[in-house]
Design a protein around this ligand. Structure first.
Ligand code: EPU
Length: 421
C-alpha cells in the first residue's frame, strides 16, 4: 500500500500532457466482444481500472496485451460469457460486458454490483433496457442471468440520463434485429467515443453526440481500431492544481470544448484561461480566488467527477460557495477529510456549503474514492506544511501517475510505501 507525502505551498509551472480517458476506454474495450478479430485501442491510460478490465476480458477469452498506452484485444476465441463477482466487486464498469455478450452470444451472466463508496448505484436502467430489447433477465445467486435468442429493436426512453445504461444498451442494440430508439441517452464525450468506435465496426447509429440515438441493428460487426479521447476529468483536475496553487501552467489536451463548463467556472473564479490549439494555459498568479457556486449536471454541464476537486478549490476562496451534486446525492466523503486540513465545509443534503478560509494546514487524510482522493491531493498542494494522503490505491484506479505529472510541474509530492491503512 502506498501513500502520498505532499509538501504544500510550492508554485507550479510548465506543461503536462493529459492521458486517455479511462471512462471511454472502459466502454470501448468490452465493445470489442461484438466482433471476432484483432482490435487495437490506442491512447489507453495506464491506470488500474484498465488492468481490471483486461483481467475480466481475459477471463472471457479475449487475448489482451497492454503495451505502452495501447491494447491489442483479440476476440477470436471467446470461452465464457461470465463476469464473476471477483471482477465486478473491484470495478462496477465490469457490467459493460453485459450488452455485448448478450447481443453476440445470446447469453450473459454478470455478477450484480453492490453499493459503492458513496451509496447505491443501481443498474436497473441497464436491465430494463435489455428486457425491452427482448432479453429474459433473472437474478440467481447474486448473478444477473440474461438470455435472448435474438434481441429486437425497441423504443427506450431512459428516466435518467445514464452513461453506463446508454453504453450498455447501445452495445446490445447494434446487433438487435430492427431499429432501436434511445431517448434521453447520455451524450457524454465518452459515449460519443464509443458510438464512433461502434460505427467503425460497422454499426449503424444516428444522432451521435445527442440524447436521441437511433440504432439500426446489423447481423455482424467487424474488428476495428479506436483512439481513446483525452481525459476531461484529468484535464480539469490539473487545471485546478494550477489554480489552487496560484500558478501558471499549461496542459496539452485535445477537445477543450469537452470541459467548457469547468473552464467557464475557473474563469468566474478569477483564473485567466487561454486556449491555443491543443494547449490550455491557466494563469492564477496573485489570484484572489472568487467564490463560485457549482451544480453538477449531465454533459455539457459541470461533471460530478469534478465536484470534489471544485470543493477543494473553493475552500480557499474569498467567500462562501455552494457546491451541489445532482447526479450522486451522497458523493461527499471528501468533506470531513478536507475539514481535517482546516477547511470549513458543511453538508446540507446534497450541497456542500464551503466557507473560504485563509489557509489550509497539512495533516494526514484518507482517500475514500477516486475523485475524493484527487481533491485531497489538490488541497495538499495548497496547504501549509505536510499532507499525507493515505489509501491512494483509489487514485491509481483512474489517474495515470498523477504524482509524476505534478512533480514535473514543480510540486513536492512523493509516493511512499506504507503499512498504514
Ligand atoms: N442510475 C440509476 N440506474 C441505473 C444507472 C444509473 O438510477 O441503472 C443513476 C445513478 O445512480 C446516477 C445517475 O443515474 O444518479 C447517473 O449515473 P450513470 O449511470 O451515468 O453513472 P455510471 O455510468 O455508473 C459513469 C462514470 C462515473 C461518472 C458517472 C456520471 C464510468 C465507468 N463511470 O458512471 O465515473 O461519475 O458516469 O458521469 O464511465 C469516476 O470516473 O470517478 C466515476 C465514478
Amino acid at each position: 500500500m502506498d501513500k502520498f507525502v505532499i509538501e504544500g505551498g510550492h508554485q507550479l509551472s510548465g506543461r503536462v500532457k493529459v492521458s486517455g480517458a479511462k471512462n471511454a476506454a472502459l466502454a470501448i474495450m468490452p465493445a470489442t466482444l461484438l466482433n471476432n478479430g484483432m482490435n487495437v485501442i490506442t491512447n489507453v491510460p495506464e491506470v488500474n481500472d484498465i488492468f481490471t478490465m483486461i483481467k475480466l476480458l481475459r477471463h472471457i477469452g479475449v487475448e489482451a496485451e497492454y503495451r505502452e498506452h495501447y491494447i491489442n484485444l483479440d476476440t477470436n476465441n471467446i470461452i465464457s460469457q461470465h463476469a464473476p463477482y471477483e471482477h465486478v466487486k473491484k470495478m462496477r464498469a465490469s457490467v459493460y460486458v453485459l450488452g455485448p455478450l448478450l447481443a453476440k452470444y445470446g447469453y450473459a451472466k454478470v455478477s450484480m454490483p453492490g453499493g459503492c463508496a458513496w451509496g447505491p448505484r443501481p443498474i436497473n436502467l441497464h436491465l430494463e433496457a435489455m428486457k425491452k430489447l427482448g432479453a429474459d433477465i433473472e437474478l440467481e445467486g447474486g448473478d444477473i442471468i440474461a438470455r435472448a435468442s435474438k434481441l429486437h429493436g425497441a423504443l427506450i426512453n431512459f428516466d435518467i440520463s445514464s452513461v453506463g445504461a446508454t453504453g450498455n444498451t447501445l452495445m446490445a442494440a447494434v446487433m438487435a434485429k430492427g431499429t432501436t430508439l434511445l431517448q434521453n441517452a447520455a451524450k457524454e464525450p465518452e459515449i460519443t467515443n464509443l458510438c464512433e468506435y461502434l460505427v467503425k465496426m460497422g454499426a449503424r447509429i444516428e444522432g451521435i453526440g445527442t440524447s436521441r440515438l437511433e440504432v439500426e441493428g446489423v447481423d455482424e460487426l467487424t474488428h476495428a481500431d479506436s483512439e481513446i479521447i483525452s481525459d476531461r476529468i484529468e484535464a480539469g483536475t490539473l487545471l485546478i492544481a494550477g489554480a489552487i496553487t496560484k500558478s501558471e501552467i499549461e496542459i496539452e489536451y485535445k477537445n477543450s470544448f469537452h470541459i467548457d463548463s469547468v473552464l467557464s467556472k475557473l474563469q468566474d473564479s478569477g483564473a485567466k484561461i487561454l486556449i491555443n490549439n491543443d494547449i490550455i494555459n491557466i494563469n492564477s498568479k496573485d489570484l484572489e480566488i472568487k467564490n463560485v457556486d457549482v451544480s453538477t449536471a449531465v454533459y455539457p454541464g459541470f461533471p460530478t467527477d469534478m465536484q470534489a476537486q471544485w470543493i477543494a478549490y473553493m475552500t480557499l476562496a474569498n467567500g462562501t460557495s455552494t457546491v451541489t451534486d445532482t447526479i450522486y446525492l451522497d458523493r461527499f466523503n471528501h468533506v470531513p477529510e478536507l475539514n481535517r486540513l482546516g477547511a470549513s465545509i458543511e453538508l446540507v443534503n446534497n450541497s456542500a456549503i464551503v466557507r473560504g478560509v485563509k489557509k489550509l494546514r497539512g495533516a494526514k487524510v484518507m482517500s475514500t474514492d477516486l475523485r475524493a482522493s484527487a481533491s485531497l491531493v489538490l488541497a495538499g498542494l495548497a496547504a501549509e506544511g505536510t499532507t499525507e494522503v493515505l489509501r491512494i490505491y483509489h487514485l491509481d484506479r483512474g489517474y495515470q501517475k498523477i504524482e509524476e505529472k505534478l512533480s514535473s510541474l514543480g510540486a513536492s509530492i512523493t509516493r511512499v510505501p506504507t503499512t498504514e491503512f
